[in-house]
Design a protein around this ligand. Structure first.
Ligand SMILES: NC(=O)c1ccc[n+]([C@@H]2O[C@H](COP(=O)([O-])OP(=O)(O)OC[C@H]3O[C@@H](n4cnc5c(N)ncnc54)[C@H](O)[C@@H]3O)[C@@H](O)[C@H]2O)c1
Length: 288
């Protein structure tokens, strides 16, 4: 990647990848969005179109700008086609180290030598993924927040071998997408935001598990008393209780620290498939 970001490839068209691609395209960047599933690619395009058309209805975007931004995201199931001329590749597939390492190995082979490879992982140190490549200096974490079309922040995390130039490129790429980057100089679990969020949310689960208050009242207390837009349980339903659970499980397994042990009530929800909004029920019930 030399000069400004012109061509972005996003690997994984789920909740995060779809909107990372659309956010970049809204700011004039040509994007290839790749997924192994045709169905996921179709859903990503449909959902992005819905989001942009709502902006048009509200008068926040012209119909022409919306169509142009939608047209700038080209989808494919072919990884080589997606990344062959990319300046920057952002990987946003399932939170599975083996899968991410194997994708980074392929990206190293398929993307231009000077392309930067970024991972959107919420929990994994980039060094552990970059190990699978011969360009560890050009690998970096770019951690976006859900929903990417709304949430302004990107945590850029420097790995042990990430070069200064790569860090600069990641910061510049986030800005080119009209997102505000912060730089984290050490690969710590949870980065900044999730670390602070986990501490507060774990306390909420401890209160729930100890029978101190019900989840609705804890949410109301946090929303009214701390001015959070969503209390911890409503927020969990919004981002997916499986995501919250896996992040805790990973932190607990990797540190052995009791502070991160997942709540039994959270574990029970995940085991019952009650994952929040996306399944119609989590802590709360949602009509589809
Ligand atoms: N959901 C969040 O709130 C959130 C926030 C920040 C970061 N993240 C991180 O973003 C990443 C993706 O999360 P998500 O919530 O979008 O997941 P998701 O389950 O919605 O989507 C994952 C996508 O990856 C695709 N995929 C799986 N294997 C693939 C492969 N080999 N090649 C190409 N595509 C493949 C799947 O088909 C699916 O479309 C994870 O690393 C997660 O930690 C998630």
């Amino acid at each position: 990647m030399t000069g400004p970001l012109r061509r972005l490839a996003v690997v994984g068209a789920g909740s995060m990848g779809a909107q990372i691609a659309q956010q970049a395209a809204l700011h004039g960047i040509d994007v290839r969005l790749q997924d192994t599933s045709e169905e996921q690619l179709r859903k990503a395009v449909e959902s992005n179109r819905g989001h942009l058309l709502r902006r048009v209805e509200k008068g926040r975007l012209t119909a022409e700008a919306a169509e142009a931004a939608i047209g700038r995201v080209r989808t494919t199931t072919d990884l080589a086609e997606a990344v062959g001329d990319a300046d920057l590749v952002i990987e946003a597939v399932f939170e599975d180290l083996g899968v991410k390492r194997s994708i980074f190995g392929e990206l190293d082979r398929l993307a231009p030598r000077d392309a930067v490879l970024a991972s959107n992982s919420s929990t994994m140190a980039i060094s552990k993924i970059a190990d699978a490549t011969d360009r560890r200096d050009r690998c970096v974490s770019m951690h976006f927040f859900y929903p990417v079309l709304v949430m302004d922040l990107v945590e850029v995390v420097r790995g042990r071998e990430t070069s200064d130039q790569t860090v600069e490129k990641a910061l510049a790429a986030a800005r080119a997408m009209d997102r505000t980057p912060v730089l984290i100089n050490k690969e710590i679990d949870g980065f900044i935001v999730n670390r602070i969020l986990h501490a507060a949310t774990q306390e909420a689960y401890r209160l729930l598990d100890a029978g101190v208050a019900g989840f609705e009242d804890i949410d109301i207390a946090v929303e009214k008393g701390l001015n959070w837009p969503l209390g911890p349980f409503r927020l969990g339903d919004f981002s997916g209780l499986d995501v919250t659970y896996k992040a805790r499980r990973h932190m607990f397994d990797s540190t052995g620290d009791e502070r991160y042990r997942p709540s039994p009530q959270l574990e029970a929800k995940v085991k019952a498939g009650k994952l929040g909004r996306k399944t119609g029920e989590g802590w709360y019930k949602y009509s589809q």
